[in-house]
Ligand binder design. Structure first.
Ligand SMILES: NC(=O)c1ccc[n+]([C@@H]2O[C@H](COP(=O)([O-])OP(=O)(O)OC[C@H]3O[C@@H](n4cnc5c(N)ncnc54)[C@H](OP(=O)(O)O)[C@@H]3O)[C@@H](O)[C@H]2O)c1
Length: 301
């Protein structure tokens, strides 16, 4: 490891989640000492730490006992509609929880990486750069932006903004979009997919590799760490179908006005990855390469 030079203690929050579980698995393979914290013990790698991030004293206790060198804070209430319906809970987990993690990381002198989201942007422009001003249009995005501000008040931090994370295994009790689509099309069932929402789908293992490089090189600042290809949800579905030899004719294009979501969705929250492309050796992958990697990962299970 370039910047550390010893077996590093890594604490991951949200470590049973779609991203956190992969990060933990891949960090273990690189001989990190991994502490996987989550509110429930489901899929985890390394040593499990039962931790509700909204419980300040417990967070401080965990940090004092582990004394992590690095913390990747990925725990969040990620259900966008639930955040809109239960704002108090969303604030408690996403904002207060992040404040607890930040304060504990300051006390133990741990390097903090926060996993934010493309939903901090309104979606009216698309291809957002790190220098664009965020303007969330739903409560989930509002809490994630507030959490970014709390993280940014520290002298040293890293904020990653991914977008629509997908991967080869269900996690945190949920099947991600790519897996759901593959399974549904394999059963020969029809699906309705929207044509009017764009983003930058992110393969969880690609994100984990980039985060591991950030840790190893001790990079700081805000980076859009997501897939390198901007696609509509329909294009994403069609590309998945093509990559897995599934029948695209089962995909019915539809408009987001046909769905009744509680929270507003940004129309185009795609992210520009040029800063990450320049800075990292492990690059944000284009869609074709990422889907090839997903296929390989699924075949190895
Ligand atoms: N998934 C995406 O498309 C996406 C896109 C952009 C950004 N992100 C961000 O990326 C990060 C990782 O996302 P993900 O998809 O891996 O999320 P995920 O699969 O939903 O995992 C989040 C984990 O955090 C846990 N958690 C919730 N409340 C907690 C609490 N009070 N204390 C401790 N743990 C708690 C969850 O447990 P429960 O399941 O029991 O609640 C879950 O295991 C999140 O910060 C998210 O905001 C995700």
């Amino acid at each position: 490891m370039e910047a550390w030079g010893f077996s590093l203690k890594l604490l991951i929050t949200g470590a049973s989640g779609l991203f956190g579980s992969k990060l933990a698995q891949m960090a273990l393979a690189r001989n990190f000492e991994v502490y996987s914290a989550d509110i429930q013990s489901r899929t985890f790698y390394g040593q499990f730490v039962l931790l509700d991030i909204s419980e300040k004293l417990k967070v401080h206790e965990a940090f004092r006992s582990i004394r992590p060198d690095v913390v990747v804070h990925a725990a969040s209430l990620t259900d966008v509609d639930k955040c809109e319906m239960n704002k108090e809970l969303a604030w408690k987990i996403n904002v207060e929880g992040t404040k607890n993690i930040v304060e504990a990381a300051v006390e133990t002198g741990s390097f903090l990486l926060y996993i934010s989201t493309d939903y901090v942007f309104s979606g009216r422009k698309g291809s957002y750069k790190e220098t664009d001003v965020p303007h969330p249009i739903n409560y989930y995005g509002t809490t994630k932006l507030k959490a970014e501000e709390i993280v940014k008040a520290q002298s040293e931090y890293f904020i990653a903004r991914p977008s629509v994370i997908y991967g080869s295994a269900p996690a945190a009790g949920k099947v991600n979009f790519a897996l759901w689509l593959i399974e549904t099309l394999q059963k020969g069932e029809r699906v309705k997919i929207v044509t009017d929402q764009w983003n930058s789908p992110t393969l969880n293992t690609n994100l984990a590799e980039m985060i591991l490089e950030v840790i190893e090189r001790h990079l700081t600042g805000i980076y859009h760490l997501c897939g390198a290809t901007r696609v509509s949800r329909l294009e994403f579905a069609q590309k998945i179908a093509d990559a897995f030899g599934l029948d695209k004719r089962l995909i019915d294009p539809t408009s987001s006005s046909q769905f009744t979501w509680v929270a507003l969705r940004p129309m185009d929250s795609s992210l520009d990855t040029s800063k990450a492309q320049r800075a990292l050796k492990c690059k944000p992958l284009g869609m074709a390469e990422a889907l090839g990697k997903l296929k390989l990962e699924l075949s190895q299970k």
